[in-house]
Design a protein around this ligand. Sequence first.
Ligand code: LMR
Length: 348
Amino acid sequence: MKKWLLLSVLSIMVVVLAACGGDDDSKSSDSDSKDEYTADKPLVIKFSHVTSIESVKGKAADEFARLVDEKTEGRVKVEVYPSSQLYGDNDELDALVSGNVHMIAPSVTKMVKIDPRWQYVDMPFLFEDDEHVQAFFKSDVAQTILNSDQLASNDIMGISFWGNGFKHFSNNKHPLVNVADFKGLKFRAQAGKVLESQFHALDAGSATIAFGETYAALQQGTVDGQENTFNNFDTQKYQEVQKYLSTSAHGRLDYAIFVNKSFWESIPEDLLAPVEEALTEATDLANELAAEENAKSFENIKNSGTVEVYEMTQEERDALKEALQPVYEEFSEAITTDLIEGIEALKK
Ligand code: LMR
């Protein structure tokens, strides 16, 4: 009986000691998580994008990397892969979902694969000016799409908006002044059915071509024209492969920053805070740079000597707007009237 009692007491002590030991372990793993990432062994955030390092997005991405390095004293390293060098339009989203990259900053229309509402950005003449776009970025309507279930169910989190600018049409055949000038031309499109419908409404054709392949497609005549911001046009050197540009400002090209949700949520809190602070500063920079860089690029294009720039009048732009009304008839439901009317309501 005594032996039995002794054994019982001993086993209780073993259990209690093991429990205490467990406690110590968890404490040490907590402090380990703080020491896990050092300047010699940093946490790496892979950030892939498709534009050049001189572009609005390229500059803001590099500044984000610099700020993260500064604010975490090298414990987090953002590896930026520009110019589609790691992933292009066709695979960067899949790479994010699978966690092969942790951060991307696509032109939002390319998120159409996950949620058609992101094509709001292509709705013709929806935004009035840069201020209107910035008001949208800060609005509840923008947060609704950024925090959507569609993103979460793909293990993606949208964490901020970076602006670029208004798109303008260019081509190689003749100046684009009136709606009839678009007839029969073939344009490169970024993604999605809204852009296809836009060109269709102008009696033009279109082909979806990855950004990294567009220069070659224009050079080889696979397509006659394209639509992009002044800055993308300039930093991709389309001056070399396009002859006519019209300042149509008919649609927007803007970005959102998307991260792999599981990865992001695994960043220790003491490192996440400075990373998020860096992102806020890089976002402010991106939004400031956008207007400046597009203005500089417009000058570069005008001075290139190879592109004939036509500055469209308000009447000519109004005629385009009217010709593009069928896009609203076709897509308002998919984009949702909540989003379209929400954006319209933000006009000054
Ligand atoms: C394009 O494909 O034209 C743009 O989305 C590229 C970019 O990321 O600005």
